[in-house]
Design a binder for this molecule. Structure first.
Ligand code: ACM
Length: 533
């Protein structure tokens, strides 16, 4: 166990022991408009009453909807764990009796064609989440979760009724793609660690987890037709550790778990550069027909697939086919960044052919912004990270843009000069730098209509385990969720930092090892709650 983990474990336990007696009496404010919900909802209308959630409360689910039923199980399990209340789940075709929670789908609202709209209405009699789709309903549950004290995240803390402030929250996201990326290539992370990241994304209504599955230092996904990729190419990682890889069953389990949380997995196989792990596994992928040595350093730009060999496209075809077969999401990410050892013409030729292969398996291509140089169009997605000119070129060719500006959205950048983990090449990224930007004003000729959404990548050159992941993503991650979800006219750092500060207890209750930024007014949420006998 790492020292800092031990430290946080003690802190968390201490927090639980300290707060347990008083939290029985501390409840969220009865004014719903003073909430700590992240991302900030579209509209909140408070009515200054309370709903009492107690041992008699059940969840009623609109009949015949399996996914809504799963949402209900998610909510019930959280409430049961924290309270010991029974929280039964029932199906129904009409509004339930007083004292209960009702999950239902409504006809699509005119201005909210997506499945992500929800209305959370809390009266003294009933809690209702009415949504345009099952996703929206799940998001309504996440909002409800954040209106409850953070000890809801911990097992067996409350034995008394929970109080909820009354009012109505009407909400839907600005962008449909709200993601994070985890680099499992530089260091490998097991299935359980990836699931925890999924949990964190779900809490903040994010809906994409991009997995960077291959790089110079490791190949992390089983490909049955090219087994050396994992047996040899997956056998190490940065620093020389033993690496690892996802079997197809592991990957399917990640996809399943993510889907349950309304999160799409976007697989990335980085090509034609960043391919040393493959080049070390199969000699025929190299122009000189010889395998390279495995690589455990962190330099970039030295590797390339041999773009004029037909066997390379057979390889790409097999890899894209096998991964697409177990990926329900619509996208396949081909990487395409930093191919400094590939001649420009060869690069364009390669990306054009890889793109056709991706399309042939029914997927849409995403590539880092360099792929804008290839023959792309409105079917493709360009992920902006470095060059504004590339992103603009992509938009001119009709592609959509994912905004991942390295100066704001790279979660592997150090917070400041004292941060031990992380890199610095894009600059320090304090919590305010991560929050104070808008996708639609970042690049002159790119507007919200061109933008698919926002993604915050975590590259793992310096990141070895889940504790490290947590330290770099928290507390920046909730900010990216809000940048992607909330209309810029409703966002301000000064207001946001107060809400973020009140997530301290929630991070601790979840056992998250977070960076206690001096820019955030960390506040014990109990000081913000009202005391009740
Ligand atoms: C990247 O950071 N090389 C996309």
């Amino acid at each position: 166990m790492k020292m800092k983990f031990l430290f946080f474990a003690i802190l968390t336990l201490g927090g639980v022991l300290l707060f347990a007696p008083s939290c029985k009496k501390a409840y969220p404010t009865t004014d719903m408009s003073i909430n700590s919900v992240i991302p900030r909802p579209d509209s909140v209308a408070a009515t200054s009453g309370t709903f009492v959630l107690d041992d008699g409360t059940s969840i009623y689910v609109q009949s015949g909807n399996e996914r809504l039923m799963k949402n209900a199980i998610f909510l019930a399990e959280m409430l049961r764990n924290a309270t010991g209340f029974e929280i039964e789940i029932n199906e129904t075709n009409r509004k339930p009796r007083e004292g209960n929670i009702f999950l239902t789908i409504v006809e699509e609202k005119e201005n909210n064609p997506s499945n992500e709209f929800y209305e959370l209405s809390i009266t003294e009699k009933l809690v209702t989440i009415a949504s345009s789709g099952e996703e929206g309903n799940f998001y309504g549950i996440q909002t409800l979760r954040q209106l409850l004290p953070s000890n809801i995240e911990t097992e067996g803390i409350f034995e008394e009724p929970l109080l909820l402030p009354t009012g109505t929250i009407i909400d839907s996201p600005q962008y449909g793609y709200r993601g994070a990326m985890l680099d499992v290539a530089r260091h490998f992370f097991d299935v359980e660690s990836v699931k925890r990241v999924v949990d964190y994304l779900a809490l903040y209504k994010m809906n994409v987890l991009h997995l960077h599955l291959t790089d110079d230092q490791g190949w992390r996904i089983e490909i049955e037709s090219w087994p050396n990729l994992t047996s040899h190419g997956g056998s190490t990682e940065v620093g020389g550790g033993e690496g690892g890889y996802f079997s197809k069953e592991d990957y399917k389990e990640i996809v399943r778990y993510a889907e349950e949380h309304y999160i799409m997995i976007v697989p990335e196989v980085d090509m034609p550069g960043h391919t040393n792990a493959a080049l070390a596994s199969y000699p025929e992928l190299n122009c000189d027909g010889k395998v390279t040595e495995l690589y455990t350093g962190i330099k970039v730009g030295f590797s390339t697939l041999c773009t004029d060999k037909e066997v390379v496209y057979e390889f790409v075809d097999d890899v894209v086919r096998e991964i697409s077969e177990i990926t329900p999401g619509r996208y396949f990410h081909i990487g395409g960044d930093e191919s400094h050892s590939t001649k420009q013409d060869d690069y364009v030729y390669f990306v054009n052919r890889a793109r056709e292969i991706v399309k042939s398996y029914g997927k849409q291509m995403i590539g880092w912004d360099e792929v804008a140089h290839a023959d792309i169009n409105s079917e493709d997605v360009v992920q902006f990270w470095a060059r504004e000119k590339n992103a603009s070129m992509g938009v001119k060719k009709g592609a959509s843009i994912i905004m991942s500006p390295s100066k704001h959205a790279y979660m592997d950048m150090k917070y400041d000069s004292t941060t031990v983990l992380g890199l610095t090449w894009a600059g320090f990224t304090e919590v305010d730098d991560a929050y104070i930007w808008s996708p639609d004003t970042l690049i002159d000729d790119i507007n919200s209509k061109d933008i698919l959404g926002v993604e915050a990548p975590l590259w793992s050159e310096t990141v070895e385990d889940l504790d490290d992941v947590e330290f770099l993503i928290f507390p920046r991650l909730p900010g990216y969720a809000e940048v992607a979800w909330t209309d810029p006219s409703k966002r301000s750092w000064d207001e946001y930092k107060e809400r973020l500060g009140r997530h301290e207890n929630r991070f601790k209750a979840l056992g998250i090892d977070f960076y206690q930024s001096p820019l955030v007014p960390w506040q014990d949420e109990h000081d913000f709650f009202v005391e009740k006998e």
